[in-house]
Design a protein around this ligand. Structure first.
Ligand SMILES: CC(C)(COP(=O)(O)OP(=O)(O)OC[C@H]1O[C@@H](n2cnc3c(N)ncnc32)[C@H](O)[C@@H]1OP(=O)(O)O)[C@@H](O)C(=O)NCCC(=O)NCCS
Length: 164
């Protein structure tokens, strides 16, 4: 079969269209004028450790608040423990404020408070209360704060102590 006849004018149009390079975006130009993505970067807040609050008996709670606000990010308690030692308990930091050093600040404050209250040693039970931290990581955290393992609690968690 013969190919269909195309007249001279039509051929010129087809060739011209075929040759026309597709319009290419001017990438260099786009980069120069592109806006940054519209994400807002929030600065991590700083935290203030508050003075111990009496809880009744010989117990006190220390709170860490978001600097410049009354919003509590975490807390820890100190009470009179066995053997005349201060007992540090209920260390907790809200999920959204974790891994920013709040627990380390609270433990430090609890140790200093216990020392000021006249205790010569502090003890605690290293027992995670949720799955945000492993038992091993929790023990390592307390070790870095000067505590050492001295045995197991009745629940089988490490008991730890340090001198003040
Ligand atoms: C345990 C807990 C208080 C830690 O609070 P936190 O404010 O996140 O701890 P910090 O930011 O001060 O952590 C200090 C260091 O401890 C270690 N650490 C803390 N959380 C950790 C995790 N989930 N996994 C591994 N290491 C962890 C890290 O070395 C960390 O330093 P880095 O962040 O520079 O690596 C918090 O996970 C929590 O509230 N858990 C539930 C309550 C609980 O189990 N309390 C313990 C009662 S004994």
């Amino acid at each position: 079969m013969k190919p269909p006849r195309i007249n001279q004018h039509a051929r010129a149009i087809v060739q011209a269209k075929g040759m026309a390079a597709p319009a290419r975006p001017n990438v260099a130009n786009q980069r120069a004028t592109a806006r940054p993505p519209s994400t807002v970067t929030m600065k991590a807040p700083s935290y203030t450790v508050q003075s111990p609050l009496p809880l009744g008996g010989h117990s006190h709670q220390i709170r860490a608040t978001i600097q410049g606000t009354p919003q509590v990010a975490g807390s820890v308690e100190i009470s009179a423990g066995a053997g005349g030692k201060a007992f540090i308990s209920n260390l907790t930091v809200d999920q959204q404020h974790r891994r920013r050093g709040v627990a380390a600040k609270l433990i430090d404050a609890a140790v200093n408070t216990a020392r000021r209250q006249g205790y010569k040693a502090a003890s605690l039970e290293a027992r995670p209360s949720d799955n945000g931290i492993s038992p091993q990581a929790l023990v390592a955290l307390y070790r870095r704060q000067g505590f050492r393992s001295v045995g197991k609690s009745q629940r089988g968690s490490p008991m730890m102590e340090r001198k003040l």
